[in-house]
Design a protein around this ligand. Structure first.
Ligand code: ZN
Ligand code: ZN
Ligand code: FE
Length: 760
């Protein structure tokens, strides 16, 4: 006797070829019924023999399309209705929009084959895509993800495309960005006077020739423009550095293929897997001793950010150029990645020689993702294209709609509604008006996607964070407009380092007490000083700060962040008299004039513009300067990179340190460092010492799992040493792997806290 099953599926089930997959499965098992997108997922009914229905349900979970993910599956028996066919029905539209928007995906193998098949009608077509690959988030205005809601709605499908689009057995069935040379977007080349000088293939050829000739080209990718030049051409790279005023910060390099990439790098198995994954992130790896790219691509360091072409256009370009190219996000420093060619002309007109543009609009910007491996730990440095927006299924339904606005640097935002958590792509440092507008635009975008009106807004405790100010201003504005009555939402503030730890708990969905190590640059502490070397016993409801680094001053406040020499000098002031400091034979002291030292000492003594900090990041800086490795940094994270490089595994010594109450005292270590001059030994012993501090503290709490978060854990050596020792000493431990371990994860931690807020 035939049965009828009603099934409701939630997860990543739209825009990923899910309905045609169901359609084909239903035919395989000779079942009747229908499948339909709803605003919460996919809804279907299948009728047929009971064993066939069971097989169908099994296959449905085992043979998912590559981009799909099922979070929940609800099935129930309903009366048999005697359908004669299996159909794909039109989308239902409901008010509560809860289907997660999926990230953009690099070109799939099948599309790549077609693109190089002379018999295919999309031979060498730069916008080829299918239900398994191509743009998603970057072209969506609103949900549901249907063509009229994307920037593809300008393009009218030709007969052939429409046929594929409407044929459930075709691999482009309902591929919303479907197009071909007859009906889709077109390339155009724009010169430095913003004149269109060529179209289609000729435009591509101009870009290829320009890059080969050492010129700088801006090229439109998935979520924004790249600036590109020949990575093997020293002069071209220097020109890009000069014009962009970026003296030393490493550039990422896109290689034509794996073979070329392998020739310039030393890769582990897991690094290879990341580079070739469907998300195609930038992976930071070890340079080979013989390098095919110019030295000034990543000067002074032994690491290189590498990636493979991920759009059909990148493939076509790299295939013709045949050598690695620099591909760096097109933006002005402190501003978000640029999405359209007019802005390139306006802002980077004197940087680029040619723009390779096209007419598929980028609605939502999304930068390249950046990851690296530290031993067997994957560390996410920038969570963006391919991975973001990320949707996480929660263990229970949230009572409130929550928006978390994140940190000021490496900002991202996060949302919670029902049992869904969404983490936005990397937004960036909010140091410019443009960046802040980008933040506001992203908040608007996600509100529109999910019809989302926050009942709770979570922010950092730092009063000067733009995001905190924004939340508070919004509350004031709402109060005013409602005539002094209550605003619609409540604000929750979360301490920065606790938020780091919460981000780790969110990623691993922990609901227990952990011993958390939150080591980063700087964040606002509960006692109004600046924290950053914090050890906390924490759970989802509260925390207790159990250890902290002995604080020292930030000479000149913010200036100290860019000048490691200031942290070093402050540490010396803290532990020696001015005369003693002056008598030291340290290279760092030659970085200041006598007068500067006197002035800085005076302001330190009087506490003028010298906020105190327990920051581990600043301690790294201080040690780098004491060891004469780096006194003024050119880019964020430089200290860490240089230290990793100097680290020598065969040096196993540690510096002395001790605890008084809850403070980690540094004087013995400092005494030892200033008596040494071998950089490699200082750095290796220092990193060993940080690891030792962690495990001496861990010993005091043998029952707690260890959790590590904060920007300092972007340091590969540190993460490797910690994981190794955790394994040896059998500690349960967690790093963030899939979400940013730096300030990009703050919003995630904030939203996780608010999600648990009322559940105590
Ligand atoms: Zn494809
Ligand atoms: Zn077409
Ligand atoms: Fe932080």
């Amino acid at each position: 006797m035939a049965v009828n099953r009603k099934v409701e599926l939630r997860g990543v089930v739209q825009g990923v070829g899910f309905r045609p997959f169901i359609y084909q499965l239903a035919h395989r098992y000779d079942l009747k019924g229908f499948v339909q997108n709803s605003s919460v997922g996919v809804f279907l009914e299948v009728e047929g023999d009971p064993p066939a229905v069971e097989h169908f349900l099994e296959a449905l979970q085992n043979e998912l399309p590559p981009l799909a993910r099922i979070d929940t599956i609800k099935s129930s028996e309903i009366p048999y209705s005697g359908c004669s066919d299996f159909e794909i029905l039109q989308s239902q539209s409901r008010d509560d929009k809860r289907v997660p928007v999926s990230p953009d995906m690099g070109i799939c193998d099948k599309c790549q084959q077609e693109m190089y098949d002379p018999a295919n009608r999309r031979d060498h077509y730069p916008f080829i895509n299918c239900t398994d690959c191509g743009p998603r988030y970057s072209i969506i205005q609103t949900v549901p993800y249907d063509r009229p809601n994307t920037s593809m709605h300008f393009f009218v499908m030709c007969e052939a495309c429409r046929h594929e689009y409407t044929d459930p057995t075709n691999r482009r069935y309902h591929a919303q960005p479907i197009s071909c040379p007859n009906c889709g977007p077109r390339l155009k080349a724009i010169d430095s006077d913003h004149q269109t000088v060529a179209k289609d293939n000729t435009a591509l050829k101009l870009a290829v020739d320009a890059i080969k000739a050492g010129k700088i080209v801006a090229l439109k990718g998935l979520g924004g423009f790249h600036l590109m030049c020949d990575a093997t051409n020293n002069e071209a790279v220097s020109r890009l550095r000069e014009r962009k005023r970026r003296p030393a910060k490493p550039f990422a390099v896109m290689f034509p293929d794996m073979e070329a990439l392998k020739a310039s790098t030393e890769l582990s198995v897991s690094e290879t897997a990341l580079i070739t994954s469907k998300e195609k992130p930038i992976v930071i790896v070890r340079k080979a001793t013989k390098l095919s790219v110019a030295e000034n691509v990543a000067p002074y360091i032994d690491r290189l950010g590498v990636f493979l072409p991920y759009t059909p256009l990148h493939h076509l370009l790299l295939e013709r150029i045949g050598r690695p190219i620099v591909a760096t996000s097109a933006n002005l420093s402190d501003e978000p990645i640029i999405r359209n060619s007019s802005e390139i002309s306006k802002k980077l007109g004197d940087v680029v020689d040619l723009i390779l543009d096209h007419d598929r609009e980028i609605v939502n910007a999304n930068d390249d993702s950046v990851v690296q491996m530290a031993g067997d730990q994957k560390i996410t440095l920038r969570h963006a294209r391919g991975f973001a927006p990320k949707s996480i299924k929660l263990p229970f339904k949230s009572k409130k709609k929550i928006l978390a606005v994140g940190a000021n640097q490496k900002n991202s935002i996060a949302l919670v509604f029902d049992d869904m958590l969404i983490l936005s792509p990397h937004i960036g440092d909010l140091n410019s008006i443009e960046a802040f507008e980008y933040f506001e635009r992203t908040v608007e975008t996600f509100r529109r996607f999910y019809n989302f009106e926050p009942e709770v807004i979570v922010c950092d405790k730092h009063l000067n964070y733009e995001t905190t100010k924004w939340a508070k201003q919004l509350k004031i504005d709402q109060r005013k407009s409602s005539g002094g009555k209550n605003s619609k939402f409540k604000i929750i503030e979360v301490q920065h380092h606790y938020a780091h730890l919460l981000a780790g708990m969110a990623e691993h969905q922990l609901n227990e007490k952990v011993l958390g190590f939150a080591f980063d640059g700087t964040g606002y502490g509960d006692d109004e000083t600046i924290w950053g070397g914090e050890v906390m016993i924490a759970d989802n409801h509260s925390y207790e700060r159990v250890f902290t680094l002995e604080p020292f001053a930030l000479l000149g406040g913010e200036k100290a962040v860019k000048e490691p020499r200031r942290s070093a000098l402050a540490l010396l002031f803290e532990h020696y008299t001015l005369d003693e400091v002056r008598s030291l034979d340290l290279p760092l002291l030659k970085q200041f004039s006598d007068n500067e030292i006197t002035l800085l000492y005076r302001s330190w003594k009087q506490g003028v513009n010298t906020p105190r900090t327990s920051s581990m990041g600043r301690l790294f800086d201080a040690v780098a300067s004491l060891a004469d490795i780096l006194h003024i940094s050119c880019f964020e994270g430089e200290t860490g990179l240089l230290m990793e490089q100097l680290y020598d595994r065969s040096i196993t010594g540690i510096f002395p340190f001790y605890f008084i109450d809850s403070v980690i005292k540094l004087q013995p270590m400092l005494n030892a460092i200033i008596a040494m001059d071998e950089k490699k030994i200082i750095v290796s012993m220092f990193l060993n010492t940080v690891v030792e501090m962690i495990f001496q503290i861990a010993e005091k709490y043998p029952d707690l799992a260890l959790l590590f978060s904060g920007g300092v854990f972007q340091n590969r050596v540190l993460v490797e040493q910690i994981s190794r020792r955790c394994a040896k000493e059998k500690h349960t431990f967690y790093f963030q792997n899939e979400t940013p371990i730096n300030d990009g994860g703050i919003a995630l931690g904030q939203v996780w806290f608010a999600y648990y807020y009322d559940t105590k």
